[in-house]
Write a protein that binds this ligand. Sequence first.
Ligand code: NAP
Length: 602
Amino acid sequence: MTQTHEPLSDTAVALEAVRARYRAERDKRIRPDGTEQYAFVTEGKLSRYGADPWTPEVAERPARHDVVDLTIIGAGFGGLLAGAFARKAGIEKIRYIDVAGDFGGTWYWNRYPGLTCDVESYLYLPMLEEIGTKPSRKFAPGEEIRQHALAIAERFDLRRDTLFQTEVTSLRWNDDEERWEVETSRDDSFASRYVLISSGPFQRPKLPRIPGIESFEGHAFHTSRWDYAYTGGDHTGGLDGLADKRVAVVGTGATGLQVVPEVAKYAKELFVVQRTPSAIDVRGDAPTDDEWWNSLKPGWQRRRRDNWIDFVHGMGADENIVGGAWTDLATVRGMRRLVETGFASDPALTMELADYEKMEELRQRVVDLVDDSETAAALQPWYRQMCKRPGFSDHYLQVFNQPNVSLVDTDGRGIDSFTPEGFVVDGVEHQVDVIIFATGYELNFDAATRAGVDIRGRGGVSLTERWSDGMRTLHGWVAREFPNLLQMGLLQNAFSFNFTHVLEDQAEHIGAVLAESEHRGDVLIEPTEEAENEWVAVIHGQDTAGLEFQAECTPSYTNEEGKPSRAEAYTAGPTAFRQLLADWWANGGLEQVLTPKGATRA
Ligand code: NAP
């Protein structure tokens, strides 16, 4: 879209007004307790919220006391992709550990009705060509995605050695044997030449610490542990158990947007409890077109993914192959305008104007789709689009036209308290039979703590202590003094909304290093001090515009509830990061991470 974007006086006035409104909305939502406002489903009486509905029985198995080649902690897509590329690198004994009862990660836990991927399935589902899966729809249902995860496990024979329903309790490097010693909650105690952590950013479901939450006498559960025994039906719908129930869904983020339209179909009465409205763009789902699918040429997925990532996160693509709302984010519009004008205009203002225009469109969309003007006004988002994870739905907003659905807008404050019969907002008690918490997850990128265990490297050094002044890695996946400990994730690494794309790139990179390590046989994977220092300097030397942007935002998990700390992602984007790694390989970077056994890394 080509337009002129001179700050005309009326636009400037509107912009000033909107800035003031955004600030007021942010200030209204800032809470002194920040991230402390949440409790976790592992805590005390709340631990019932964390129980595994999919594999309720703990399967008996003998404890392991052996030696394996590679232990992978986390059996979601990251771990599966790492296992696939490790197999390709010739690694034989691969052992998985996960607290879940099977492979799938977030797709194991989340099976709520209405669940689909939010990024197009042709992009999101990794290894589509290799595995031969054909997604049924542009946005495939969660169960189909879970089945695809299982198919990857099958294809690469990753089920051979799995310790599910198991937590790692200790991870220690043995300096003499030069291998890891792993202990678990199921009395396993074994050795592993390599350990890879891929435990995902959203591990622990969270609940708001609202007074009285434990006193509610009705039924309650978190969306990541959907209770079909109570609601009836399954992931395809049929929630007939709700036909005579008054239901509250708390939370209107990406999960709430998918759950609410399904629950609205079945509940006698539905209260949607909102603190901050999502900014909701068009989704545009459709069944997979057979003719198009059959016309795809080998290598299509890589080309499609690269095009999307270049278009959404950078400026490397001229043609928009994928289309859809992700490729029309405010940031994408702004960046493209900067390119079109040769960066001649004021970059910050250009981005802000593109954002203003986009958010006006999304606010208008609410008015167009919601009949009641008061409800529509309450559903309008007042912040810049990237302040929150962008939302997409073609059904959510229309739900508020149904007679059985009410919006309980808390005007940024959230629920005041729970009572035995329901919840209170603004002094008014709403009595319900069941509360469904779509209140999200703790965001935890930090490998030092997210494995849930204090990791000890060379000489017993603790990863938590070593990183007490900040994370230190080379390219996010290896750290000095922690040989053969490989980490997957988004910190000090590339970030993309198509998370599986960056995970697959990481897995491929790690697999290639593993292959070389195995080939040489007498080396460990550990970066030089110089390489690690240089990379940390790159990360810390990045401009802080993102941080300043987040500080102006309404609170959410993306800005640590209004108190953003230093960004650890590689902000130049995934395309630049991939080029950086390609150059690293071409320029002998491998020597920075392969160190002779028996030596302490200089
Ligand atoms: P979320 O984005 O963290 O949303 C939590 C919701 O709970 C927010 O609307 C929040 O309001 C609300 N909330 C929290 N405390 C409250 C209180 N005291 N009273 C009332 N409301 C309260 O969680 P999510 O929707 O589960 O999504 C988390 C992330 O998972 C997403 O951003 C996305 O990355 C991923 N996800 C992806 C998909 C997909 O791709 N299909 C689907 C679901 C989730 P505030 O906004 O005011 O904090």
